[in-house]
Design a protein around this ligand. Structure first.
Ligand SMILES: Cc1ncc(COP(=O)(O)O)c(C=O)c1O
Length: 496
């Protein structure tokens, strides 16, 4: 029999073997020990044996020849494994004596662990308690707030992407400006100036991944623990949770047909969060009188106003009022817009327009979050706007969404009169529908059983006594046929 370096006389081996080969053999054969090469498998076997205490400091290891025989690998492999392990400091080879374990692994002390508790900071615990803010990943009926991506001009987007890679490729692969890609900031400043009357130049625009990132940055930079924030009641959970996570004290302020109703008996806020164009979730517009009163309060009290203009592009009846920021003479308004609704949500691009003195604080904070948004997508978006495609796309989508809103409204009024009362709005991507008191949970459960998602309205109220039952039905991503089919299913629901 040819000798390939394997020892075949097992009787002799057991006489001189310095350790229990079975331990190594078991570790070597474990299914989890499937390293890329045989040499690495031998290495990880010996490392595991040393770390687990099966081999202790000073203990003699089998010669490479014996180990090869035990593990049924070639001696070349065990030699290479020993050489590798020696560079890592596990064994020491002494000439004429053998190979010994060189490293002492201390037995770990018992872990001090409080059962069932995550090791989070207080801030981490607060964030977890808010449950965050999740957006629907599928445009199923009636998930709220999704644009219709079937109508997105993908071919054009692909062409612009290829063009940007061709023209600016190498430049777009580098690190970018934390404030945002300049051509995009210029395009945004031009767009919001023309369409929303926003007073700004590109120096005040900060490009972010989302409105949510903007809200989190605002909470971090402008709010201290215990600072007072006025929130619309009902209001946007993403904003509520961002401010809560910063330790702010939230004051719910009621909404009526003219939007948020300021009240001088309420504690003076450090910050007011508003959705003035279309209140989230009811779609009511904030009246001019209230806007001016809030701007005056902000001037007097040195409060910040956050104007979340998340869907003002989709205004269907008449002209929307200009942004509040356009009436701010004292630099108290931070204006927030997003491409999640106008282009597509996974683009992860939004913009925050801040008074000049805040620019550097926001840019610096951004460097500690994620640095900047993806350069390539910023460049493509800038081109899309500059070449006029953005305005055309919005005009087209506005028509489409208006007809869908009208269709859903008619369907709800005609087919769900037994339990649903729609609150028509001049704009937006979703329709608020009020339900009989105490019925939301039951009706939502039934809708779910019929395969229809009906996001609840009651959770958007902070005060339990103010809570009203209802649904927020997203219509923008659904064709009239899909809307009818889903409403048809809801019409099968029975009230208690
Ligand atoms: C009130 C409000 N603001 C902002 C957004 C947009 O969010 P983002 O830019 O984080 O995708 C939404 C999305 O549903 C919203 O409802």
């Amino acid at each position: 029999m040819p000798d390939f370096g394997l020892i075949t006389d097992t009787h002799l081996i057991s006489m001189i073997r310095p350790i229990m080969p079975q331990v190594l053999l078991t570790l070597f054969q474990q299914p989890g020990n499937a390293a890329a090469t045989l040499r690495e498998r031998v290495c990880s076997t010996l490392r595991s044996a040393i770390h687990s205490g099966a081999l202790s400091a000073g203990q003699r290891l089998p010669s490479s020849r014996l180990l090869a025989a035990d593990l049924q690998v070639s001696r070349v492999t065990t030699e290479a494994a020993y050489a590798q392990l020696e560079t890592e400091g596990y064994p020491q080879r002494r000439v004429g004596q053998g190979t010994f374990v060189a490293i002492r692994i201390n037995k770990p002390a018992a872990v001090r662990k409080v059962a069932g508790q995550l090791r989070l900071s207080q801030r981490g615990k607060t964030i977890l308690q808010t449950s965050g803010c999740r957006d629907p990943q599928q445009p199923l009926p009636f998930a709220a707030g999704s644009p219709d991506l079937r109508a997105f001009p993908l071919k054009l987007w692909k062409q612009l992407t290829a063009q940007q890679l061709r023209v600016n490729g190498e430049k777009l692969l580098r690190y970018g400006d934390p404030q945002g890609y300049l051509p995009l900031r210029e395009a945004i400043a031009g767009y919001v100036g023309q369409t929303r009357g926003v007073n700004c130049d590109a120096q005040q625009v900060i490009v972010l991944t989302s409105s949510q990132q903007a809200l989190q940055l605002i909470a971090t930079l402008l709010l201290d623990q215990g600072d007072r924030v006025w929130m619309e009641e009902p209001g946007y959970l993403g904003a509520r949770n961002a401010f809560t996570s910063a330790g702010a004290k939230l004051t719910p302020v009621n909404i009526d047909e003219a939007g948020l109703r300021p009240d001088s008996s309420l504690p003076v806020p450090r910050l007011v969060y508003l959705t003035p164009a279309h209140h989230y979730p009811t779609g009511v517009a904030l009246s001019l009188e209230r806007r001016l009163a809030l701007l005056e309060m902000a001037r007097r009290e040195q409060s910040w106003i956050i104007e979340d203009d998340y869907d003002s592009e989709f205004h269907y009846d008449g002209q929307p009022m200009p942004a509040m920021q356009s009436q701010d003479r004292h630099g108290n308004v931070l204006y927030l817009g997003t491409f999640s609704k106008t282009l597509f949500p996974s683009l992860r691009l939004a913009y925050l327009i801040v008074p000049p003195e805040l620019v550097s604080a926001f840019s610096t904070a951004r460097t500690l979050y994620d640095g900047h948004s993806a350069q390539l997508m910023q460049a493509v978006t800038a081109e899309f706007i500059q070449q006029g495609h953005f305005a055309a796309h919005i005009r087209y989508m506005r028509q489409l969404y208006r007809s869908r809103r009208d269709w859903l409204l008619t369907q709800v009024e005609q087919r769900l009169p037994a339990f649903a009362t729609a609150q028509p709005a001049n704009g937006g991507l979703q329709l608020a529908v009020w339900l009989p008191h105490g019925q939301e949970a039951n009706l939502t459960r039934q809708a779910q059983q019929l395969g229809v998602i009906t996001p609840g309205l009651s959770a958007l109220f902070m005060t339990p006594q103010a809570r009203r039952d209802g649904w927020l039905l997203g219509f923008s991503a659904l064709t009239p046929g899909e809307i009818s089919a889903a409403v048809e299913r809801l019409s099968k629901i029975v009230r208690d």
